[in-house]
Design a protein around this ligand. Structure first.
Ligand code: NAG
Ligand code: NAG
Ligand code: NAG
Ligand code: NAG
Ligand code: NAG
Length: 906
């Protein structure tokens, strides 16, 4: 019988692998002691260190001990009473020596658990560890004897093992556990030694200690705060049609997190698994994954900066698709305008008020009986001509398409999908499964079936001949169903797919996993809905992207999808769903933008002024202010709600909307350049302060302000009747965007800023050059205007920036080199413009007309400012220096955008 001291020493002998030189003959492990747990004195584990062995209902001493777990009450709120004993008889142990593989090693593990949890446990599993790059480790735990569902995402695999990884891998043999260590700081960034590794057919579990409590990510949820609350929270992940109101699983499936370690290094972890799962967070700090299918396929990214982590994740899941320039304009939508007449009224009022406005939408009310590929010939009589008129004004029109196809003979979209059958089939694999959605009884296109591509493309293309839409908004693709399961079956057959033995913490009715969707045993071309459910929106996005490539071979378009999976950002964009017109949702939208930027969707925003419920003018006013700086800036409203477009309220509201949107349009060259960087290397567009000031822990919890890229800070008002904003200014030079005043007092502090109704606080960070352009009513017209620069100097009077420019819409302009990249750098009082790539010359002879230099305290008033071009040197006439603010303004310039120049003021 083991005593306490022996137990303490068990299973902690770690054998560190150096690279892969696996000298595995040297084994220091201690054999597992077979002492019966109930018979030995054990250390009672303090509440916060316990790992839950009985998450479902029905926990009792008996049911707990049946799992060979320990039952003991605790006062710690949220902590489990039934938990894994550190030396319990669980998990797996190595049953062979690791063997070397091309990128690492693999080893077989044998199951130790005596009691199975839900049955069908794999007695033998295999873990394969790959050192894929110096920053990326891949490990996969699978069943070597039985093939299982794996997410069909193509992931790059290098040819050779990483030469100098930032991480080291070690393990214990019995029970088997894995440790991933950041070499530079000796931090264990992943450590599964707390046990509980389970690999059953429908219950897979793995847990890890976390090196700190600064944890971000996982989705799609309404987390409310960016830094996750580790106080015993269980977040379910499984795509679901539901408004983002509470702590439940939403439209997307993103098992990715980032953690900032003590000392400021960041790492990230992606579990490539599409099955319904739980993410359990606890204050230890630690987290547990419990998924009900697939394999445990992990990617670990070692940064070391937050941006590096997101970029490394993007390398695995794919880079965000480049957006067309016009999509950066303001957009207007509502569900149920009632008639085309009403749309025209709203559209005209916007134009009359001179409010910048690039895109108008058609929500499902444009359709005839809510059927895709039709339009209401009565209420929307004249829609095709209206869309042409919209185009004539330099604007775009986007239509919505739902995933559901009405089951109706004679309806072309339905008939043409039957042979070959491109729909998701019933469990027998014979007839399409039928649910009920907007058009009533409907079938579900199987976007995993290659045969569906031609069908979908033909429908979209034929409909484009009727209404010349510019992009697609694809909705309801979780996929949603207004009834549970299917009409034919009266819900779903009783089997292990529809009634899995373990149910994660999902939003369900009567504990049914097929709540608001189709049966889990429905058949797709590539598998069961059980495994493919969360990939439905992803597959629909990919097919819609390919469709638009066929439709517009030369031009970029948009696929705006509600449901998404890891990597959907390669094809599509996302909005934050059917939010509500409540003040707190304005704050939460910042969190949502941060998270989706991590997930590879830099183009993101919430419905401005809220979707459900009636807004108030004040709420809508403040929401228009922050929304003017959502990358995806769309005011969209629910059916039956009071109008909330910018001209629906007072003249003051219209004026404010115009003014703030003109500032947005002025900043578009900077924003567009950020999208180029996002497309190239997955950097974020909307960025939390912590990504830029990671060495300052005060930034770790800031989610009421956000940055565009590294240099432009937005600090909105988020509450009613509030005229002061608290904003943190990390230690750097910051300037008021509007007049260049330096925020000297506020530097390094949490500052109180005046925020009267007409004012949105915007600041520019020293050290950056931001390209701008005179705004206009649409991007088509703003792109014709002169450019300018905001040069914001840092402590050393230096600055850097760039400008990406192309025609704004050619497909693959970056890949084809049909763009220009212009760099700006400042040092010693000299601004140097360099053309790095000159693959695109704008036909409109664009030039830089105005340059504002913020923080120019190195300028001596009266000194000539000299400009040097290929044509020679000359002093600038239009020089104004404000010695109160140290802003040096140069105007009346005509510096050709493609000709290098320098400007010297010292
Ligand atoms: C992993 O966690 C265990 C249990 O807390 C601890 O004893 C061990 O030192 C950790 N491993 C590393 C490499 O930090
Ligand atoms: C924008 O301005 C241009 C030029 O004045 C005009 O032709 C166009 O119709 C305007 N578009 C909108 C949407 O106001
Ligand atoms: C929907 O379809 C069902 C079955 O065909 C029918 O009974 C019902 O009346 C329909 N509902 C509507 C609103 O058309
Ligand atoms: C919104 O306002 C309209 C008009 O006053 C009213 O009919 C409707 O019931 C309101 N809706 C909600 C959800 O409050
Ligand atoms: C205003 C807003 O968008 N709030 C929330 C909407 O829902 C998403 C989740 O889809 C949240 O992340 C947002 O914060």
């Amino acid at each position: 019988m083991a005593n306490k001291a022996v137990l303490g020493a068990l299973g902690v002998m770690v054998f560190v692998l150096v690279g892969v030189g696996i000298g595995l003959s040297i084994y220091y492990g201690v054999d597992w002691d077979d002492g019966e747990l109930g018979a030995v004195p054990f250390r009672d584990i303090p509440g916060i260190e316990r790992f839950d062995c009985y998450p479902e209902a029905g926990g009792s001493q008996q049911t707990c001990e049946d799992r060979a777990c320990v039952w003991s009450e605790t006062d710690v709120e949220g902590a489990p009473w039934c938990y894994y004993h550190p030396n319990g008889d669980y998990g797996y142990a190595m049953i062979s020596e690791p063997t070397t593989t091309k990128l690492g090693w693999k080893v077989r593990l044998g199951r130790k658990n005596k009691p199975q949890r839900y049955g069908m446990a794999a007695d033998t599993i295999e873990i394969e560890v790959e050192m894929q790059t110096d920053e990326r480790l891949h490990f996969k735990i699978s069943d070597p004897l039985t093939s299982r569902f794996e997410v069909p995402l193509e992931v790059p695999t290098p040819e050779e093992q990483a030469p100098n990884p930032l991480y080291d891998v070690s393990y214990t043999r019995n029970p088997f556990s894995l440790q991933i260590i950041r070499i530079s700081t000796n931090t264990a960034i992943f450590n599964t030694s707390l046990g509980g590794l389970t690999f059953e057919d429908q219950f897979l579990q793995i847990a890890t200690y976390l090196p700190s409590s600064n944890l971000y990510g996982f989705g799609e949820h309404n987390h409310r705060r960016f830094r996750l609350d580790l106080n015993w929270k269980t977040w379910g992940i499984f795509t679901r049609d539901v408004a983002p109101v509470d702590a439940w699983n939403l439209y997307g499936h993103h098992p990715f997190y980032m953690c900032i370690e003590d000392g400021g290094n960041a790492h990230g972890v992606f579990l490539m698994n599409s099955n319904a799962m739980d993410i359990v967070l606890q204050p230890t700090p630690a987290l547990t994954y419990r998924t009900i299918g697939g394999v445990l396929d992990f990617y670990v990214f070692t940064g070391p900066t937050p941006e590096n982590v997101i970029q490394q994740y993007g390398e695995v899941i794919g880079r965000p698709v480049m957006v067309p320039y016009w999509s950066l304009g303001f957009q207007l939508s509502r569900w149920n305008y009632g008639s085309l007449e009403r749309v025209k009224e709203v559209w005209s009022s916007m134009i009359e008020a001179g409010i910048p406005y690039d895109v108008q939408y058609g929500d499902i009310d444009y359709m005839d009986e809510k059927k895709d590929f039709t339009y209401d010939q009565v209420a929307y009589d004249g829609l095709p001509e209206f869309v042409d008129e919209v185009h004539a004004h330099g604007q775009k029109y986007i239509i919505i398409l739902d995933h559901c196809i009405k089951e109706e003979e004679g309806y072309h979209a339905y008939d043409s999908g039957l042979d070959p059958n491109v729909f998701v089939l019933d469990p027998q694999g014979i007839d399409p499964i039928v649910g009920r959605v907007w058009p009533n009884e409907s079938v579900y296109p199987d976007f995993t079936n290659p045969a569906a591509q031609g069908w979908w493309t033909t429908l979209c293309s034929d409909f484009h001949d009727v209404i010349s839409y510019d992009a697609l908004w694809i909705d309801m693709n979780e996929p949603s169903n207004f009834i549970r399961g299917s009409t034919a079956e009266g819900e779903c057959p009783d089997n292990r797919w529809n009634y899995p033995p373990y149910l994660p913490n999902l939003l369900m009715e009567e504990e049914k996993i097929f709540t608001k969707t189709i049966c889990m045993d429905s058949q797709h071309h590539t598998g069961k809905h059980y495994d493919l459910h969360s990939l439905y929106g992803h597959a629909m996005s990919e097919m819609s992207f390919v469709t638009l490539e066929t439709l517009f071979p030369e031009k970029r378009s948009l696929v705006l999808t509600r449901s998404s999976f890891a990597g959907t950002g390669k094809y599509a964009q996302h909005w934050l769903g059917d939010n509500q017109s409540f003040w707190e949702q304005i704050w939460w939208s910042i969190v949502g933008m941060f998270e989706f930027n991590m997930f590879g969707f830099p183009y993101i925003g919430a419905d401005i002024c809220g979707f459900w419920y009636n807004t108030t003018e004040e709420m809508c006013w403040r929401w228009m202010q922050i929304g003017a700086f959502y990358p995806y800036s769309r005011n969209h409203n629910g059916d039956g709600m009071i109008p909330q477009h910018p001209t629906a309220f007072s003249t003051e509201m219209a004026d404010m909307s115009r003014d703030i949107l003109l500032h947005r349009y002025r900043m578009l060259p900077y924003l567009y350049t950020l999208f180029y960087h996002a497309h190239k290397d997955s950097s974020t567009v909307v960025r939390p302060l912590l990504n830029e000031f990671t060495s300052d822990p005060l930034t770790y919890d800031i989610d009421r302000q956000f940055l565009w890229g590294p240099a432009f800070m937005i600090s909105p008002v988020l509450e009613e009747q509030t005229f002061i904003v608290e904003a943190y200014f990390p230690d750097a030079r910051w300037y008021d965007y509007y007049d260049g005043t330096e925020m000297t007092e506020q530097r390094g502090k949490l500052a109180q800023l005046e925020a009267p109704m007409e004012h949105l606080n915007l600041h520019v960070r020293g050290g950056y050059v931001l390209p701008i352009q005179q705004p206009s009513n649409t991007t088509v017209y703003s792109r014709l205007n002169p450019l300018g620069l905001i040069v914001a100097l840092d402590d050393d009077h230096g600055a850097f920036g760039d400008l990406f420019w192309d025609d704004g819409e050619s497909r693959d302009s970056y890949e084809n080199g049909e763009y220009s990249l212009i760099e700006f750098s400042v040092s010693e009082g000299i601004l140097t413009m360099t053309v790095r790539v000159d693959g695109y010359t704008d036909p409109n002879s664009l030039y830089f007309a105005d340059i504002s230099i913020y923080g120019a305290d190195n300028y001596v008033e009266g000194t000539d400012v000299i400009i040097t071009t290929t044509g020679g040197e000359s002093p600038i006439d239009g020089v104004v220096f404000d010695d109160a603010t140290n802003v040096l303004t140069l105007s009346g310039l005509e510096l050709d955008m493609m000709s290098e120049f320098t400007i010297k003021w010292v």
